[in-house]
Design a binder for this molecule. Structure first.
Ligand SMILES: [Zn+2]
Length: 362
């Protein structure tokens, strides 16, 4: 029985496919669609999947959502997912209302609006696993793993209602800049209701890098990212999206992870493309994992940060670790150094050729 994570080359962003089950009954869940050009290049691959259980658009940053825009402009998209998870403006408002009054954001993204309008137009079941329509740790359904067909379960780790609400003012500002309005809330509400019904090199100084103080990511859009622990049989993968490390840490602790009893994970797709602000030493200290997947071409944001890799290596100095990159680029190639690999006990995995996807057997 296969359980596999495929990291497609998706510019500086994410386009990730989980596949599980027997060969004749293979099932798939797709997370993010990279940028526009990535979607176009990967479209035949998507069309060949023959159906997907779940499409997750983790959050509204262009390197995750832009690829969805051309798809929603098509008359016949490459797939019809059985479920779609995406927190749009409407869900931010719901999350905000659900917060304690005192903690509410004072009310207050163009691509996300196109995706919202697309979801309404395509009538894909939208956030249908959640009675509130909000994919959030604070939705009641997130208390336990959510089952997809064929035996995969997903435990929601991010975002929280408060992180979603924090995005509202940013979203408003982006819309104002683009001179756009949010998708008609009544249409979104109707689509959500319908979905519910439809469902059933030079040596790096690893020690110095690892010692650099940790400064946490505060970008609102990343805080709103949907991250989950996908489980199939006794195997699991943490799909970190661009989530904030404090949220991931709190969610994992709620599942029983601690420094004394770290949670066993077969692969960790690092949050935010291996940014130093999204992989805290504390988060690493409560998981038991030796395989780390990093999705980015390094464009625009120069990810991954060497600090993140150094933290991984120093966190678990005795066991053999694997770093899996979906691009051979300046920022990943530097780790492909035999001396470092021997000293810090790790191997590097790259795509077999430029532009190829990386498949990780879980
Ligand atoms: Zn990103």
């Amino acid at each position: 029985m296969t359980f596999k994570l495929t990291m497609f080359p998706a510019s500086e962003g994410d386009c990730l496919l989980l596949s599980w089950g027997a060969e004749h009954a293979r099932r798939h869940a797709l997370t993010d669609l990279g940028r526009k050009g990535d979607y176009k290049a990967l479209r035949p691959t998507f069309a060949a999947l023959g159906g997907i259980e779940l499409l997750t658009i983790t959050h509204i940053d262009a390197d995750h959502i832009e690829g969805a825009v051309p798809m929603f402009a098509e008359t016949a998209p490459p797939f019809t997912p059985r479920q779609t998870w995406f927190n749009a403006y409407y869900q931010l408002g719901l999350a905000n209302e659900r917060l304690q009054v005192a903690a509410r954001e004072t009310l207050g993204a163009a691509q996300a609006e196109k995706v919202s309008a697309g979801l309404v137009a395509f009538r894909w079941p939208w956030n249908a696993s959640f009675a509130s329509g909000v994919v959030s740790v604070d939705s009641a359904e997130a208390a336990k793993p959510i089952a997809l067909a064929g035996g995969l379960t997903l435990q929601i780790l991010s975002p929280t209602d408060s992180k979603l609400a924090k995005l509202i003012p940013k979203w408003d500002a982006e819309l104002a800049k683009a001179n756009l309005r949010t998708t008609d809330p009544e249409a979104v509400e109707a689509a959500l209701a319908e979905g519910r019904e439809a469902l059933g090199g030079e040596s790096l100084n690893v020690d110095a890098l690892a010692k650099k103080p940790f400064v946490i990511d505060r970008a609102e859009a990343n805080g709103s990212a949907i991250a989950f622990l996908a489980q199939y049989g006794d195997r699991s993968v943490l799909m970190g999206a661009d989530a904030h490390p404090d949220v991931l840490e709190a969610s994992l602790r709620a599942l029983g992870a601690s420094e004394e009893t770290p949670l066993k994970i077969d692969c960790f797709k690092l949050p935010h493309h291996g940014s130093k602000s999204n992989l805290s030493p504390k988060l690493l200290s409560i998981i038991d994992c030796t395989r780390f997947a990093i999705s980015t071409s390094g464009a625009r944001f120069n990810h991954p940060d060497p600090e993140s890799i150094a933290r991984i290596l120093k966190n678990d100095p005795t066991r053999q670790k694997e770093l899996i990159f979906n691009f051979r680029q300046e920022r990943t190639e530097i780790w492909d150094d035999p001396k470092l690999m021997e000293k810090y006990k790790y191997t590097c995995t790259f795509p077999e050729q430029e532009g190829a996807a990386v498949e990780i057997q879980l």
